[in-house]
Design a protein around this ligand. Structure first.
Ligand code: GDP
Length: 303
């Protein structure tokens, strides 16, 4: 838990402070349900998830005839875990294609931490002994290509950068896949554009990129990870909905969780948007990307 919790200290402190206020009595009759509701809002679980949690919790307390407040705490843990377990697995790593290379797109709006996460993910997989190729397709954001080059050298993985005057993400991707197939890479991590002139051009570009993968490998990208800034909290849900309309997202990377005490809202994002959180970013260093373990995460909130 300690290792998993590194970088999530603010969230841990926030939850434990809130809980101390709730569990001041042992008597079940005096259990402060209203305060629990307010607490769930204040840690950013949102209306819908808060309602689900309270409903489920009251049901358990009645059915099991709990007399001890301590039991409610355990039941709350169980309820929160239940909301996310079906959408997440303890093995967050990407589906590895039976026929390499496995292709992973990282998508998301500018500033969310997409390039950084691409670099960190490359490092993770290279530690597992995988031959990794980063692909710099974000030609619309100034310096994104240079930034990914820095990450590639930090992570000691290979990178495909655009040739001079090569600006079209689809052309870059096509050449990168050619290299990946010829040189037998295991994994291709593609940093995509976060913004174009408008959403329509962005959507067209992303679907053309999916088609390039299909043309080269006979299947689309194996994984499309949407990168979200964790500091957005519940507001990230708007981003999730918008991006789901642009491309079929298969999972989430939530970054900058070291900067918020409200990481608990991940429960509601997973529960309501029905997408697994695969990775979490908890700092700016190479090692600061963790695979999201639902069990450890819930445990951390109660420690
Ligand atoms: P992009 O535009 O989506 O590619 O965003 P970048 O990868 O350039 O990241 C934007 C900023 O967020 C950079 O300054 C990163 O160092 C920072 N960042 C990314 N992930 C994390 C994280 O997990 N924690 C912290 N504290 N900063 C992060």
């Amino acid at each position: 838990v300690v290792k998993f919790g590194k970088g999530l200290e603010k969230t841990r402190e926030n939850w434990s402070k809130q809980f101390q206020r709730l569990f001041t009595t042992d008597e079940m009759e005096q259990f402060p349900w209203k305060e629990l509701e307010a607490m769930l809002y204040s840690v950013d679980l949102g209306t819908k998830t808060t309602k689900s949690v309270l409903q489920e919790l009251r049901k358990i307390v009645e059915e099991r005839k709990y007399k001890q407040v301590e039991d409610v705490k355990a039941a709350l843990k169980e309820v929160l875990y239940g909301l996310i377990v079906s959408e997440t697995t303890t093995d967050a790593s990407s589906k590895i294609a039976t026929e390499p290379p496995t292709v992973v797109f990282l998508v998301g709006s500018n500033g969310m931490g997409k390039t950084t996460s691409t670099g960190k993910l490359g490092y993770k997989y290279s530690l597992q002994g995988k031959k990794v190729l980063l692909v710099a397709c974000d030609t619309y954001r100034a310096a994104a290509v240079e930034q990914l080059e820095i990450w590639a050298s930090r992570s000691q993985v290979d990178i495909y950068t655009p040739k001079p005057k090569q600006y079209k993400p689809t052309a870059i991707l096509f050449d990168a896949l050619e290299k990946a197939v010829n040189e037998k890479y295991d994994l291709v991590l593609v940093d995509t554009c976060g913004r174009m002139h408008n959403n329509e051009t962005l959507m067209k570009e992303l679907s053309s990129m999916c088609r390039i993968v299909e043309k080269k490998l006979g299947r689309g990208p194996d994984e499309v990870l949407l990168v979200l800034d964790g500091v957005l909290g519940r507001n990230a849900s708007t981003q999730v909905k918008a991006w789901k309309n642009l491309i079929p997202v298969t999972g989430l990377v939530v970054t900058k969780l070291d900067g918020t005490g409200k990481a608990g809202y991940l429960v509601s994002i997973i529960h309501e948007d029905k997408l697994p959180v695969k990775w979490i970013g908890v700092g700016e260093g190479l090692e600061d990307l963790r695979s999201f373990d639902p069990q450890l995460f819930i445990q951390l909130l109660f420690d």
